[in-house]
Design a binder for this molecule. Sequence first.
Ligand SMILES: [Mn+2]
Length: 217
Amino acid sequence: MAKTTKPATARARREPSGPHRGRTATVVRTTKETDIRLVLGLDGSGRYEVATGVPFLDHMLELFARHGFFDLTVQAKGDLHVDHHHTVEDVGLVLGQALREALGEKAGIRRFGEATVPLDEALVQTVVDLSGRPFLVYDVSIAQQKIGQFDVELIHDFLLALVNQAGMNLHVRMLSGRNPHHVVEATFKGLARALDAAVTRDGRLMGVLSTKGTLAG
Ligand SMILES: [Mn+2]
């Protein structure tokens, strides 16, 4: 009896495939609390493959990649039986390391970027300077402490870790907002848009955009 054979089907790949082009960095970091592998491509197209075990963080990282036109792969295994804190903070830390590494000497980049992003009632202004000097101003107050299982306060910790490792100045200012999901989502979209602008190369630039001659901090 003839066997029925299924025709081979071509499966569309949604995840990033092939080598990243342009400025990229791969960071692997393993501690007793988390095990993280992250690949960042600054000259990407917004492709992502994110699995941190924290669904709300995945949601934020995915829209960060999409709206910043970054290619981003994140695989994280953290001690989620303790809580989300180590995983969220360490993913921020590793993303910051990757950003710093991918930028290298920062020659030819525009350095500054800003975006004001709405989501319904929420409006968040995000300003970055890839100065090499870590500083975070996080002027966001949300009454509600949880987004589902996610502790809203962890966003502050994520951004602090990111800023410290990337060596960047970041101001996040909530101009209006009520729903924490909206506020945090507007923050990540704004961060993506501001960073996309700041890492963009300007053909007029020779070397780094600094009269000091360095953006190493
Ligand atoms: Mn959402």
